[in-house]
Design a binder for this molecule. Sequence first.
Ligand code: ADP
Ligand code: MG
Length: 697
Amino acid sequence: MSSEQSLSANTSVQYVKGVGPKRAEILKKSDVKTALDLLYYFPRRHLDRTSVTKIRDLTKGITTTVVAKVEAGGMRSARKKKYYQLMVNDNTGFMKCTWFNAAQYMEKVFSVSDEVAFHGKVDFYNGYQMVHPEYDILSDEEREPLNTGAVIPIYPTGESLKKMGLESRGFRRIIKACIDAYELDELEFMSKEMVDEQSLSPLTSALQHIHFAPDVETLSGAVRRLKFDEHFFLQLLMALRKTIITEQSGRTMTEVGPYVKQIYETLGFELTGAQKRVLKEIRTDMASPEVMNRLLQGDVGSGKTIVAILASAVAVGNSAQVAVMAPTEILAHQHYHVFKSYLDAVRVPTALLVGKQKSTERKKILAAIQEGRVNVVVGTHAIIQDEVTFQDLGLVIIDEQQRFGVLQRGKLLSKGDNPDILAMTATPIPRTLAITYHGDMELSLLDEMPKHHQPVTTRIVEVEKIEKVYSFMAEEMKKGRQCMVVYPLIDESEKMDLEAAVEGCKRLEKQFSDFVTALLHGRMKREEKDDIMDRFVGNEIQLLVSTTVIEVGIDVPNATIMLIENAERFGLTQLHQLRGRIGRGSEKGYCILVQRNITANSRKRLAIMERTSDGFEISDEDLKLRGPGEFYGTRQHGYPKWKIADLVNDGQIIRDARKAAFKIVKVDPHLTDPANKKIRLRFMKDYQQMLEMVNIG
Ligand code: ADP
Ligand code: MG
């Protein structure tokens, strides 16, 4: 195929000039199948010639880029080890580049007078040198202008790509050919007005300039446009999902009812300002004819439970039923206990529904729910089973909602006639992440701790000093307090981890022979777990050794010390959750992080735990250090992978893209307007797998 013939979206990449079937085969492995994929194969970074360091100006220890010509290269040896060394020159001085590994291979890479960009750390050894620098050959026989611009694209290239001649230089050639032959104008999906309104680069020039930009400003315009696009389509998904919910008319629960006031009087404390504000937001939603879809975020201990109870009281006051769904049995039990204690006092009937109840007991409960004799049902996902029918479900409360899939949520909703939804999470989600992945929900924030709350003191402890910690624990237990020791068991099926916890428990039993020690882990039977928990709550057990099953759940006000083993293996957010389990009574709490596998990064991460007890700050740091994928686990599977957008740096772009997407959907809720046809097509292409969640006509 000649370069005159034009390429379009579905043309196989093989037909791009310079690619051919063999390279196409390899490109496929990098998810480049079509000419369009190749256009969207963005540089890993750009080399800005204006920010290159002259050899004359190098100093030892800096990491930088040098662009220089190859003067000579060859194999050397020292102490019988061969290595490859280049001598390069940039008219201001000489530098050596040295490869100890793969010396044989390196010998074939460079030719004399090649112009090469070297990127690496500078050291000094008989002159300046870089050891194993990244390199990118800029010039070649044809002296293509592609390689001499001010901003040079450096592409991600693996070994197999390099072997096919597709190092950065090779990519520059085929991408240039692709751009030249592609009808780029066809790709624009935004109207001229929208492009102007958002001060964006047109897509055509953005796609050209992301690869070949004359200067840094033009490049950053291209980056902004392409990031905007990725955020825009995700926000469009959110806007469309939100439409589905809000289009249905919900019930209006305008009654205040007697229960709210009655419960309020039994509280024994004043609600925090944040609790009052959030309750108002919830009540406004419940009173409006639209369906409520609200996410309540609040740090551990911020008082979400009482907010949920008061919201339930509003629903019951409007003669609707309430379902409260928790992700684990322990948590369901605890919620039930708290809900019941408040609701019994005002004579609102409650019930617990979990997996392992006796069938006679279960039948009774199911009948009571169906006949409306029970107003508030607390449980696990047992609530969404088919045989559970409500007489009139009006409010659904989902605790730790990130642990439930979209489908489970949907199933719960189908038990009522468009019930209101209040989702809760104690995992503080950074704002950018929240509006990105929960952009279809309204957000409420409990950003104020109850007054009595005193922060837990956190210390990182090296293994050698652990004896000191043990004596501190013994002292506290002598005073009548309790301790917890947590072992990492990230996946309940990890055998080694479980063994470590069992072993640890045996050791601690000996260490603290004056006290009662017990082990709790996820593989135990529920009765066993409950029994141990009951005994721990009753202070029959002073030292509880456990795996992460205690992360959500138990509340033992008398527990003051938590020691976390191999703390470096936990995510910060998880550590924060664990830490929230102690210091819930009147005595001060201590959290000891035992670090066993020390790296610079793990030390830095754990130091954040010492420094702050603000869950939002912690989750922000966690997001920066681990990236959103890790942070959010595998939950986000199914969303298209971003090529250029990211959550850490794109705050403003996300907000702009969100506004733009919601504006369109507000006027055209099913994207049926011909003016939005191109947006709609691109959306359907990118979000194929998620179309069932939306209704776009
Ligand atoms: P969360 O579920 O957000 O972790 P909880 O609702 O369990 O927090 O509240 C933690 C503790 O603080 C509970 O013992 C609760 O009774 C108490 N609490 C909640 N709100 C207040 C408040 N405004 N003033 C004092 N104590 C409160
Ligand atoms: Mg709670």
